[in-house]
Design a protein around this ligand. Structure first.
Ligand code: HEM
Length: 305
C-alpha cells in the first residue's frame, strides 16, 4: 500500500478534531515550559561517541504537555502526556527529545494514524462516534495497544510521576565498533504514580502545572535516561510495537528539572529529528512524518495562524 498521508493532512485532522486555535501548537496544545540540566552518565561517556555524552552537563529547555490539539483538555484526561527537551551541547549544537507517557504509539505508520484521527472526528452532535472508532481499530490492530494501555493505566498524578518513552528506534555511534540500536525512556526518580478513581473524578482541570511547581520548591525533579539495546530482530520502524521485555539497558544520564513556567519553550520546535552528532534515525515512517508536520505547526503558530 503506498502511503498517501501528507503532513498537511495531520494539521487539518487536528483542526477537525479540536477546532481552530490560532497561535498555538496544533498537537500538544496544552502544556508548560520548564528548565533544567542534562548530565550524561560515566557509562554513556565510556560507551558512546556522541558529544551529547562527552561528560559536561548542559542546559535543557523543556516542555510538559497534554496530547491532542485541545488547549482546554482537563489534566485528568486518559491521554498521553508529553515531555519535550532541547539540550544545548557544550559545542553549541542541539539535541531534541519529544516523548510520550505511553510505552507504545497509537499507530504503526502515518496512514494508519491519519485514519484513526479521521475516525475520531466529532459528528454533527459534537461527539466522536464510538462505533466508527471501534470499527477502525478492529480493522487496524496496530491502533489498539496504545488505547488498551491508556484504558488500563491511570493518568499520571504529576508530570513528575510518569515515565516518558522515545518510542522510535535510533542508532548511536559506539566508541568502539558499530552503531548501537537503541530505544529509550526517561524514568522518574520520584517513582511512577497515577491518579486514583476519586482523584480522577475530583481533579480540577488545570492541576498539573501547580503540582509540578510545588514539587520543584522541594528541589529538582530528576529523570534517569534509560537506553535499551535492541537485537537485530527488534523492529526499528514500528513505534506501535514494543521490543521484547528483558533487553539490556544502561543509564545514559540524568535530566534534572529545576524550574517551570515562562515562555522560553514557546519559540522552540521540538523536532525529534534534531539529533546531535553520532545519532541517526531508524526507518520509522512516523518519525519521518513528524518533522514536516511540526514545521507546519511551528510556522503557523509563530505567525498567529
Ligand atoms: C505522524 C505522527 C505525528 C504527528 C503528525 C504529530 C504531530 C504533532 C504536532 C503538529 C505537534 C505540535 C508541534 C509544534 O507546534 O511545535 C506535536 C507535538 C508533540 N508531539 Fe507529535 N506527532 C506525531 C507523533 C508523535 C510521536 C510518535 C510522539 C512521541 C514519541 C510525539 C510527541 C509529541 C510531543 C511530546 C509534542 C509536544 C512538543 C512540545 O511540547 O513542543 N508525537 N506533534
Amino acid at each position: 500500500q503506498t502511503p498517501t498521508a501528507s503532513p498537511y493532512d495531520f494539521i487539518d485532522a487536528f483542526r477537525a478534531l479540536s477546532g481552530e486555535h490560532k497561535g498555538i501548537r496544533k498537537g500538544h496544545a496544552k502544556g508548560l515550559c520548564a528548565q533544567g540540566e542534562f548530565v550524561p552518565s560515566e557509562q554513556a561517556r565510556t560507551l558512546l561517541a556522541s558529544p551529547l555524552f562527552s561528560g559536561a552537563g548542559m542546559p535543557a529547555q523543556l516542555r510538559f504537555s497534554m496530547a491532542g490539539g485541545n488547549p482546554r483538555v482537563p489534566d485528568s484526561a486518559r491521554s498521553p502526556r508529553g515531555l519535550a527537551a532541547q539540550f544545548q551541547l557544550p559545542d553549541g549544537t542541539l539535541h531534541h527529545l519529544a516523548m510520550l507517557s505511553t510505552p507504545v504509539f497509537g499507530a504503526k505508520d502515518p496512514d494508519s494514524f491519519l485514519g484513526l484521527l479521521r475516525a475520531q472526528r466529532p459528528g454533527p452532535d459534537g461527539k466522536p462516534d464510538a462505533g466508527r472508532i471501534a470499527v477502525y481499530r478492529e480493522a487496524h490492530p496496530d491502533t489498539r495497544p496504545q488505547a488498551e494501555w491508556l484504558a488500563s493505566n491511570p493518568p499520571p498524578w504529576s508530570y513528575a510521576t510518569t515515565a516518558y518513552h522515545g518510542l522510535h528506534t535510533f542508532y548511536v555511534q559506539a566508541r568502539e565498533g558499530d552503531k548501537l540500536k537503541v530505544r529509550w525512556y526517561l524514568q522518574p526518580q520520584d517513582g511512577e504514580r497515577g491518579l486514583d478513581a476519586a482523584e480522577i473524578a475530583s481533579a480540577p482541570a488545570d492541576f498539573l502545572p501547580q503540582r509540578l511547581e510545588e514539587r520543584l520548591r522541594q528541589g529538582p525533579v530528576r529523570f534517569d535516561w534509560i537506553m535499551v539495546l535492541g537485537e537485530p530482530e527488534d523492529t526499528d520502524d514500528d513505534p506501535s510495537r514494543r521490543w521484547p521485555a528483558g533487553r539490556p539497558v544502561f543509564k545514559a544520564g540524568t535530566l534534572s528539572v529545576v524550574g517551570s513556567g515562562g515562555e522560553a519553550c514557546t519559540p522552540i520546535n521540538f523536532d525529534p529529528n534534531v539529533l546531535s552528532a553520532g545519532f541517526s534515525a531508524g526507518a520509522d515512517p512516523i518519525l519521518r512524518m513528524r518533522s514536516p508536520a511540526y514545521a507546519i505547526s511551528f510556522g503557523q503558530r509563530l505567525s498567529g495562524q
